[in-house]
Design a binder for this molecule. Structure first.
Ligand code: ARG
Length: 558
């Protein structure tokens, strides 16, 4: 139930609207001060009374009941105390009745949210720099679906550009079929890197010719290109499967080849296109930005041109409510520019485009590329986490069955959580030891808590009925923690910030562990045993739901 609403409706205060009160009610920093607080400072001016007096009046006129058992004025705040038994009943029942659906809603029904994420480049390494976009985008995809929206996952492949001419040229000179077939993306990437270090004038010229051949539909050039693309996709899809992320569309930059001309025509018709040193641009100086390049002087289109066409295509195809681009903050300017161009074109929906920017990921031992100039492949980071997880688990619990399976869930979880736990805009330094710590603010910690709760439930079962007597603070904290889940999911969607769900999970796990260590469950006396079992089951379900939204599985035993 919406306690804020409940309180706001019951408050009688002349001169203040219910909405005003509702939006002012906040969660106090610690629970000694009650569960909800209404600060009265900003009402002082309108009501011409001191905040302390306003708070006293509101508290005095508030009639407590079995939902809100106390309203108390303290230093200009009204603190409200929720009846914990009632909250426990409502919360636990809600979780046990809805199970995997607990926390979900249909608030987004009828609305589509496009999420452009991961967006890998063909024949280029899928490296640790792609981790954040993949993890954040994958989580947002699940979160929006959970809230009833229709999420459309789009992998805007980087499959357009002169580099593919270079790649074909390199293959023609140095490649062979079996090696590429066997080496896959690594082999193609090696060819591309070799071209960039060894190609001479003659090869550069050939490369431009190959690019032209791809563009003009030449059969052989396109077959080679498609082959490179297939090999890349096969490879990245293996990683997506591991990370539990899915896409509904792989329409990449090339897909827009024939969709750019209409955009260019429209720009011209609307008088937005200007010539500058032979190139076609949209002047953005009045908006304090450098011009947006639409066509180079040789007539070639640009990244922004394709993004303009893609945005229009998505609007026409999906009629989105929002279109998110989960892309590193290095591209801030690019997004600002092409969003502005769409606005200037009169697309009122340009306001619904959101650049969900995130920070850099580097490894503890230096930048994301090692000194030898080699990038760190995401695949290797995942593998290393799985191996380390396997070693830790084997040491902690040598008897454990399905160690591989557990190590996979723990290792993959650590990689995802490592990228998600901090507010997305922060740069992160990825540390294997940190993300795999059983004691830290990690997915392993949450998974281990789940295994602990699961083992209690396996022994005690989920009771069909339970009675609630007065709650201990440790129990009340778990109840409040569980009850906060639906709001955490909503906040995560509203702020495009899956870290809110990750932090929620750690917080609830901490609360559960305090309860677990302070209160007997299986050996509790009287009605307490069933209540505590029900509470444990509800906490477990909630934690699992939270991790699932992030793409992280939960082993039964650890
Ligand atoms: N492939 C691009 C890169 O690696 C990211 C594409 C992001 N999506 C977009 N619509 N621009 O930088």
């Amino acid at each position: 139930m919406d306690y804020k609403k409940y309180i706001a409706q019951k408050i009688k205060a002349e001169g203040l609207s219910e909405d005003e009160i509702y939006s002012s009610i906040a969660l106090p920093p610690n629970s000694d001060m009650g569960d909800y607080a209404l600060p009265c400072f900003k009402f002082a001016k309108v009501l011409r009374k001191s905040p302390a007096l306003i708070a006293q009046d509101i508290a005095a006129n508030y009639s407590a009941d079995d939902v809100i058992e106390k309203a108390e004025a303290v230093n200009g705040y009204v603190n409200f105390t929720v009846n914990k038994s009632a909250l426990a009943r409502e919360t636990i029942d809600a979780v046990l009745n809805s199970g995997e659906k607990y926390g979900s809603s249909d608030e987004g029904a009828g609305r589509t949210v496009c999420i452009d994420y991961s967006s890998v480049n063909i024949a280029k390494p899928f490296h640790i720099g792609h981790l954040s976009t993949t993890a954040i985008g994958g989580a947002l995809y699940k979160i929006f679906n959970f809230l009833g929206y229709k999420a459309v996952g789009i992998n805007h492949l980087g499959d357009y550009g002169t580099q593919f001419g270079k790649l074909i040229c390199a293959y023609k000179h140095w490649g062979n079929k079996e090696e590429v077939e066997k080496g896959g993306i690594h082999a193609i990437n090696d060819l591309y890197v070799r071209f960039n270090t060894e190609a001479d004038e003659q090869m550069e010229k050939e490369a431009r010719e190959y690019f032209r051949l791809i563009e003009s539909g030449d059969k052989e050039a396109n077959e080679l290109f498609d082959w490179f693309k297939d090999l890349t996709l096969k490879y990245v899809k293996g990683i997506y499967e591991k990370l539990n992320v899915t896409f509904d569309s792989y329409a990449g930059e090339r897909f827009y080849t024939d969709k750019m001309q209409p955009v260019i025509d429209e720009l011209r018709e609307k008088g937005l296109l200007k010539e500058s040193e032979g190139a076609q641009i949209v002047d953005l100086e009045p908006y304090g930005m450098p011009p947006c390049l639409i066509l180079r002087s040789d007539g070639a289109s640009l990244y922004a041109t394709r993004d303009l066409a893609a945005a229009i295509y998505r609007k026409n195809t999906y009629d989105f409510y929002k279109c998110l681009y989960v892309v590193a903050y290095q591209q801030n300017l690019h997004f600002k520019q092409f969003f502005k161009v769409l606005e200037l074109m009169g697309k009122e929906w340009a306001k619904d485009l959101v650049h969900v920017a995130y920070g850099m990921v580097s490894l503890e031992d230096g930048a994301m590329s090692t000194r030898k100039g080699k990038v760190v492949w995401l695949e290797d980071v995942i593998k290393k986490c799985e191996e380390k997880a396997y070693a830790i688990i084997s040491e902690k619990n040598p008897e454990l069955e399905n160690k591989e399976d557990v190590a996979e869930k723990v290792g993959v979880g650590a990689v995802i959580f490592g990228a998600l736990y901090n507010s997305k805009i922060k740069d992160i330094v990825f540390s294997y030891d940190k993300v795999l710590s059983f004691e830290g603010e990690t997915s392993v910690y949450v998974q281990y808590t789940c295994a602990r709760a699961n083992s209690v439930i396996e022994k005690g079962g989920v009771p069909a009925e339970y009675k609630i007597s007065d709650l201990l603070p440790q129990e009340a904290e778990v109840v409040k923690g569980i009850a906060a889940f639906p709001q955490a999911v909503k906040d995560a969607a509203e702020k495009y910030e899956p870290s809110i769900v990750a932090r929620f999970a750690v917080d609830l796990a901490q609360k559960f562990n305090k309860f677990y260590f302070d209160c007997k469950i299986l050996t509790a006396e009287g009605d307490k045993k069933n209540f505590r079992l029900a509470l444990t089951a509800a906490a477990l379900t909630t934690l699992k739901n939270a991790l699932k939204l992030l793409g992280i599985g939960v082993p039964d035993k650890m």
